[in-house]
Design a protein around this ligand. Structure first.
Ligand SMILES: Nc1ncnc2c1ncn2[C@@H]1O[C@H](COP(=O)(O)OP(=O)(O)OP(=O)(O)O)[C@@H](O)[C@H]1O
Ligand SMILES: [Mg+2]
Length: 256
């Protein structure tokens, strides 16, 4: 069981948050207790799941907990969603990167420190900001296992290569091994054009077959369930064939 997993790509708009919601929903529908963590200062995950009030709340928030992990208890910050729990983002996280760097003391290990010893959930799945920097490094070092959402285009190939270089740097500096659990080619419209086809083949060959590559098609049911505040596995969600894909991802996380 991979019990901490990050959904990360510094490229914007490649379906990170959408995948967090649906992978969390799929894991939860298998009967697992899931905690989703919103490490994006923009807090889209937090908003979509219905916690704008917590996003705007006064301290102490997730931002304070990341500044001084030993002074805070994750359980006290967590809110309950119908399908899984959420550690919500907060507006104060916009200034966190500067605060972390200014404070010295392993600024990239704060999330890892905060989640250390947290054992109330079977799986923790972390959403990340669309940037390479201290916040994303915190996400990667806390999870050490990654799901990488990409789009079926050349700029996503370039983005993946940048991400892999950053992972090499973190592995060298922190003496950790970072594992890619899978690549999710997301929001794909069929029929594929030549660029999309070549791009999916490129992702499949990039890790010489050692990393699963899933394709999630663009579906109105996915958009609508998120607008309604949950995943395609939620109690009121409409049926969609993309459930099978997310069930495969959940299977890989639970047994891979
Ligand atoms: N499979 C899909 N079917 C339909 N719409 C989708 C699908 N995947 C993503 N989308 C839509 O694409 C948009 C971007 O997705 P999302 O917010 O998940 O990306 P992101 O990588 O988290 O973005 P950011 O980098 O800003 O955090 C959203 O409007 C989302 O609803
Ligand atoms: Mg997002």
């Amino acid at each position: 069981m991979m019990n901490r997993i990050a959904v990360t790509n510094q490229k914007g708009g490649v379906s990170k948050t959408t995948n967090v919601i649906n992978v969390a929903g799929a894991l939860s529908s298998r009967g697992l207790d899931v905690l989703a963590v919103d490490m994006d200062p923009q807090g889209y995950l937090t908003h979509r799941l219905g916690f704008e009030d917590v996003y705007k709340a006064d301290p102490p928030t997730f931002a304070d907990a990341l500044k001084t992990p030993s002074d805070h208890d994750v359980e006290e910050l967590v809110v309950e969603h119908a399908e899984f729990d959420l550690l919500p983002s907060n507006i104060d996280m916009f200034t966190l990167e500067q605060d972390l760097i200014a404070s010295g003391m392993l600024p990239r290990m704060r999330l890892s420190n905060l989640l250390e010893g947290v054992d109330g959930w079977d799986v923790i799945i972390i959403d990340s900001p669309p940037s390479l920097g201290p916040l994303n490094d915190n996400v990667v070092l806390a999870a050490e296992t990654l799901l990488v959402p990409v789009e079926a285009d050349e700029s996503s190939q370039l983005a993946l290569n940048h991400l892999l270089r950053q992972l090499d740097t973190l592995e060298a500096n922190y003496e950790v091994h970072i594992d890619i659990a899978g690549v999710i080619v997301s929001n794909v419209s069929f029929p594929l054009d030549n660029e999309q086809e070549a791009s999916i083949e490129w992702f499949e060959s990039r890790f010489e077959g050692h990393v699963p590559v899933w394709v999630v098609r663009s579906r109105a049911a996915i958009k609508r369930s998120i607008q309604a505040g949950g995943s395609i596995f939620g109690p009121d969600a409409e049926e969609t064939d993309m459930r099978e894909v997310y069930e495969e991802v959940a299977e890989e996380i639970a047994n891979g």
